[in-house]
Design a protein around this ligand. Structure first.
Ligand SMILES: Cc1cc2nc3c(=O)[nH]c(=O)nc-3n(C[C@H](O)[C@H](O)[C@H](O)COP(=O)(O)OP(=O)(O)OC[C@H]3O[C@@H](n4cnc5c(N)ncnc54)[C@H](O)[C@@H]3O)c2cc1C
Length: 442
């Protein structure tokens, strides 16, 4: 019998399993696909290219949530040295991305009046209580005190920090919470050396010390008895455990529960979950087309990009250079290929304006339509207070983790933080303000 069975080997499942294995618990990870990684999959092909499912980076670098997890494992993520040449795309041009409020005060991107208003907005954000704003949009927050077209045109940048660029869609509380942490941390994003492969190989090593990862083995049923879990059934075997951690997207959960024991609120939430989608394209060139090492974010076009091999030459064979570009697809994208074509045209046209040499230098290209960009879009109804709790209230021993439940932060950070919370609950740990664990009740 295992101490915990974990369904899904993405950031969330691998993190929870590693924490439990590190604490001496026996774990079994079941993964339906034939590789670990989920939506942060990373693999090297025979020609020596490291292909990532969307070039993952970690917010707030070594002060961020992903690194908190590694600290609990007694390590730190090996981040590439921080470069200070991040860029923004605004009004069709590339600008230096301002660093901190002082940078915003000086940026030539905006008029002096707009810069002063933006600083006033940042001060309001710094002082606001996120708890009062989760249920309203960033635009609602902005309009309570401000009115300026230029600043309004810049608001998508604030939304983009939590991957939801529309000011009239993103929860103000989520943006406020993230920006408060970012202003305090004073660091931006961290790129793990060797990409997310580093994250997964290190987590797998911890799991290997006290557990197993079963690839290509899909969980088909979560077994229960008297409203408590007893294990998991797959096509190949039955595994017993008192704890089951479901670490895949919530909409997949009801299919694994035979008699619909889940709370109605959770089922409704899962059914109505709103996703975002993106098109990502990797371009390989035979020459570097720029020396930019940090990321590029679009303000008036919802895109992001990185020239990975400028900062980390392990991504490509010698003499080849990789850049990854992603553009968000319209909300409610339903698989219509015409929409993908339009997004690709818009992306290529932007690239051609900003880096005229890039497209003509491409020797290889890979295109992926990512149906689910984040597990959920951080709208008011999908903001932290409204996401389902990590401990299932109706089935004892069932924990729900991943980026669709009530973790902290946004995107992958929700997966890491929900994994830490679930592991703490199983280990009976409570956390003090400094994040140090102590046995509950002591
Ligand atoms: C293109 C792109 C770029 C991104 N960039 C960033 C970034 O830079 N920074 C960031 O923080 N986040 C980023 N994200 C978001 C991040 O990838 C996700 O938030 C994160 O990977 C989600 O991890 P997860 O473990 O919660 O879920 P998943 O990665 O979806 O993992 C769930 C796993 O469960 C498995 N599974 C499902 N059903 C079963 C079953 N029945 N039995 C067994 N296994 C099952 C799936 O195969 C999958 O491997 C990006 C996402 C995309 C798509």
């Amino acid at each position: 019998m295992a101490d915990a069975i974990i369904i899904g080997a993405g950031y969330a499942g691998m993190s929870a399993a590693a924490l439990l294995a590190h604490a001496g618990r026996k774990v079994i990870v079941l993964e339906a696909a034939d590789a670990i990684g989920g939506r942060a999959l990373s693999c090297r092909d025979e020609a020596g290219y490291l292909w990532e499912y969307g070039a993952h980076s970690h917010r707030l670098s070594y002060k961020g949530i992903a690194n908190d997890l590694f600290r609990r494992l007694g390590e730190n993520i090996d981040f590439l040295p921080e470069d200070h040449d991040a860029k923004l795309i605004f009004k069709g041009r590339l600008w230096e991305r301002p660093e901190g409020p002082a940078g915003f005060l000086k940026t030539p991107m905006l008029s002096l009046g707009a810069r002063l208003l933006l600083i006033a907005l940042l001060i309001r954000i710094k002082k606001a209580d996120p708890g009062q704003w989760y249920d309203q949009t960033l635009h609602d927050f902005y309009k309570t005190s401000f009115q300026n077209r230029e600043v309004e045109a810049f608001l998508p940048f604030l939304g983009m920090t939590v991957m939801c660029p529309s000011p009239d869609k993103v929860s103000a509380g989520e943006v406020i919470e993230f920006l408060q942490r970012a202003l305090k941390a004073g660091v931006s994003v961290g790129e793990p050396r060797g990409g997310s492969a580093q994250i997964f190989s290190r987590l797998a090593k911890h799991i290997g010390q006290n557990g197993e990862i079963h690839l290509h083995e899909k969980a088909e049923r979560i077994m229960t008895e008297e409203a408590g879990v007893t294990g998991v059934q797959t096509g190949e075997a039955t595994y017993t455990a008192k704890n089951v951690i479901f670490a895949a997207r919530l909409p997949l959960l009801p299919d694994l529960m035979v008699d619909r024991q889940l709370p109605k609120t959770l089922l409704d939430y899962a059914k109505n979950l709103e996703h975002s989608s993106a098109l990502t394209i990797d371009f390989i060139t035979d020459r570097p087309v720029t020396d930019i090492r940090s990321g590029i974010l679009g303000v008036d076009i919802p895109l992001w990009a990185r020239f990975q091999s400028n900062a980390d030459d392990s991504f490509t064979p010698h003499g080849k250079y990789l850049s990854t570009w992603g553009i968000m697809l319209p909300w409610h994208f339903d698989g219509d290929l015409k929409i993908v074509e339009e997004a690709e045209k818009r992306l290529i046209s932007t690239i051609s304006t900003l880096f005229p040499e890039l497209i003509s230098r491409v020797v290889r290209k890979r295109k992926v339509v990512v149906p689910v960009m984040n597990g959920n879009v951080l709208t008011p109804v999908q903001s932290k207070p409204h996401r389902p709790d990590i401990e299932c209230t109706t089935v004892k021993g069932l924990y729900l983790i991943g980026d669709t439940v009530r973790g902290d932060g946004c995107s992958g950070d929700i997966s890491f933080s929900s994994a830490m919370k679930a592991a703490d609950k199983i280990l009976g740990l409570s956390r003090d303000g400094a994040g140090k664990g102590k046995a509950a009740g002591l």
